[in-house]
Design a protein around this ligand. Structure first.
Ligand SMILES: [Zn+2]
Length: 136
């Protein structure tokens, strides 16, 4: 003995079943897209990790390509120390330069050294202040 169920609005019911199917298929599609994305993320992480593992070797290569310079010979020139304007020698202090100028260049420096260096200092201060003002 069979049982039969009467469907009141067959057209609307059919439509509701189809909409449910579409929703399920959309969910499956999103799941597939997510799976592909997570695969590509895993692949990219693996590539990144292998590149990061190579960085120490790369840094070593870069360091090897730098020229080898003896530090003692360039120390004063590189540290922005004071240069004698007459002979080009470098001095670590202003006092050392002044003593050198008195001894090695007494004629050239007679009188003019002090005023010109002070002028240079004032001019550089003015230039710095003007830069500051123009940046405001
Ligand atoms: Zn000198």
């Amino acid at each position: 003995m069979g049982r039969y169920i009467k469907i009141n609005k067959p057209r609307e019911s059919r439509k509701a079943v189809l909409v449910g199917k579409i929703n399920c298929l959309n969910a499956l599609k999103r799941l597939a897209v997510f799976g592909e994305l997570s695969e590509s993320i895993d692949k990219n992480f693996a590539e990144m990790n292998s590149e990061l593992a190579n960085i120490p070797n790369t840094v070593g290569d870069i360091l090897k390509s730098f020229p080898v310079v003896e530090v003692k010979t360039i120390r004063l020139e590189e540290s922005g120390s004071i240069k004698c304007s007459y002979c080009g020698k470098f001095f670590s202090t202003q006092k050392g330069l002044a003593m050198h100028i008195k001894r090695a260049h007494p004629i050239e420096s007679a009188g003019k050294e002090q005023s010109s260096s002070e002028l240079d200092q004032i001019e550089s201060q003015i230039a710095a202040l003007e830069q500051e003002v123009s940046s405001i």
